[in-house]
Design a protein around this ligand. Structure first.
Ligand SMILES: [Zn+2]
Length: 195
């Protein structure tokens, strides 16, 4: 997957949920039934009228930058969809966002709520000059998680490859303004090795 195809996958699920009854949503998305039916209910009450157009714009912008790693979903849309809500399990939210099971387990069972000293230890074993990048909010079980890498959620990038990600973050912030305090121009998390 590329950053674009990874985002497109989520977008297509949200579009699909906008057309499903809550019962069908629950049945079809059996890995995140509560969240899927919640989103279908919000669509049926017309509470999400601006979310599809914002996500479509985000998708177009991401397509034009073609980043190797998926940026975080538009924070305004995530808030509206219930992704930051404590009403849904880490598992359901993770599965909607295509997070691998191994990483969701480590996030919720070991309470690894951010990039930590274990990730840094792994990064320091790499001899090349690279930066470790993740989709903002995603915490892999290991910086070497194969499944997360294949889903375009993590990657090891050379310093000069970071510019495209920084430019993308700036453009997303400019064209999709939102009020979430923690995610201003912040669509990626990065970890730099000790020197
Ligand atoms: Zn993993």
């Amino acid at each position: 997957m590329t950053g674009y195809s990874s985002l497109k996958r989520i977008f297509e699920i949200i579009v699909d949920l906008s057309n499903l009854t809550p019962e069908l949503a629950k049945e079809k998305y059996s890995e995140f039934p509560s969240l899927a039916s919640h989103i279908a209910i919000l669509f049926s009450r017309d509470y999400l009228h601006d979310v599809l157009s914002r996500l479509e714009l985000q998708l177009r912008i991401v397509e034009s930058y073609d980043p190797p790693i998926r940026p975080a979903l538009d924070p305004y849309s995530s808030t509206q969809l219930g992704i930051f809500s404590k009403n849904f399990s880490d598992w359901e939210i993770g599965r909607l966002l295509n997070y691998p099971a191994c990483c969701i387990d480590s996030f919720s069972e070991e309470l690894r709520y951010g990039l930590d000293s274990k990730h840094l230890e792994e990064l320091n074993t790499i001899k090349e000059e690279v930066v470790f990048v993740t989709t903002a909010g995603f915490v892999p079980h290991s910086i070497f998680c194969k499944e997360a890498s294949e889903s375009a959620l993590i990657g090891l990038l050379k310093l000069d490859a970071l510019k495209v990600l920084n430019d993308l973050e700036k453009e997303l912030a400019r064209r999709l303004p939102h009020a979430h305090p923690e995610y201003q121009k912040h669509y990626y998390d990065m970890l730099i090795p000790d020197v």
